[in-house]
Design a binder for this molecule. Sequence first.
Ligand SMILES: Nc1ncnc2c1ncn2[C@@H]1O[C@H](COP(=O)(O)OP(=O)(O)OP(=O)(O)O)[C@@H](O)[C@H]1O
Length: 481
Amino acid sequence: MAATGTILVVDDDPAICVVVGEALRRQGHKVKTAGSIRERAALMDSFTPDVLITDVMLPDGDGLDGVADIIAARPALSVIILSAQNTLNTAIRATEKGAFEYLPKPFDLNELTRAVSDALGTRHEAGGAAEEGGLPHDGLPLVGRSPAMQEVYRTIARVLSNDLSILVLGESGTGKELVAEAIHSLGQRRTKPFVAINMAAIPRELIEAELFGYEKGAFTGAHARTAGKFEQAQGGTLFLDEIGDMPMEAQTRLLRVLQSGEVTTVGGSKPVRVNVRIIAATNKHLPQLIEENRFRQDLYYRLNVVPIALPALRERREDVILLARHFLERAAQEGLPRKTLADDATQLLMVYHWPGNVRELQNMMQRLAVLSRENVITGEILRNMLPMDAVPADYAAPADHLAHAVRDWARRQLGVGIGQPNRNLHDDLLAVIEPILLQEVLATVDGNQIRAAGLLGINRNTLRKKLTDYGLDPLQLRLTD
Ligand SMILES: Nc1ncnc2c1ncn2[C@@H]1O[C@H](COP(=O)(O)OP(=O)(O)OP(=O)(O)O)[C@@H](O)[C@H]1O
């Protein structure tokens, strides 16, 4: 049986207080609710909850303010933050204030009750919170509010105060380097260098020299001792991009450096101690490379301490318009003409496949900002920029087509028949569309009228009568493709 406790739920939406309260009471917890920071403070004086669940946007202020003080005064208390401001900033602030969990709205009730059970089970120790006001949050780079990005933000927030190795996974252009930069610039190493190296962009034979440095005369052209990326990143973060493209020999050497914390230059013999956080990234499936003996399993385990998987843009379409507007706005701030998106343009952006992910979207918006003479970007302008076969000419949803066709049909009929008061447009339209529907359904179920009637949601006798009226032969329909 899971532990039960006393819970204070703070949200200005009474519906949330009721629903969350009921769910928690059903699990055996004692629950009180409050609708504002003032009510929260008053209740906290008379009631000592084990878990505080609080919204951020409250009528009398920011629900996160004061949370660090509350935790400092009651070290055994766990705080769960609920927020509709689903940004990386909120996730980080929640973590900094010492929150046990951050749940973006709309949240899953099961997830919340699970978080409460975990909090009661853990009774986290005080001191996990970073000091107040420690980090600069302005101009946070990552845009997107999809559930998949929320998960990314939560993980980022959790790794800022430690040095665990991170492996960022995702297709090209999904923002892997941006995530690495965010972890560095928001984390405790932010005053030290962030150094990136792309394994796919360097000739294989130069990778070790680039990473570990080289001594004068180590190879032709080595005119002076040169520090490698490890030494350059001393105290900071080393971003190993496209790690899946690293040659095997270099992998062996990298593993040795990671194990020993010491680097020896190519041609050198004296090891140098290095203190760097490693963030690696790849768009390859490393387990597959391991199977093909192209990637070392031990290195994989060493790098993959905290994996962060970035979803492809087409898997989080709800972020597309937000990102598109963000890039247009950024272009405007850089002095380019301000552009907006027409409705048909946003529809087109939503259906496109985005093989190049956020990078492709960003490039397109920048090009539009520079080249388009119109201030409102229409679907037609966009269509001309997309690859020829990117979006079918009739990309609108099928139901939209049907609605369009019916409207067109009705207008034509009304146009020609306006002088005939006793027409039967309703039956005329049904006579056009109903036989098509019946034919399609019957063909799908091999002429089986019982199944067809079931799919159509009509009585079998009604179906038979309609077939007779329209002169349709169900036996022949079996052969219809
Ligand atoms: N969530 C995001 N919000 C804002 N900008 C983004 C986001 N994701 C990516 N970008 C922008 O898209 C471009 C591509 O991102 P980035 O270089 O980080 O991708 P990547 O996954 O490292 O690509 P590759 O695998 O090709 O190196 C960058 O200019 C980055 O600033």
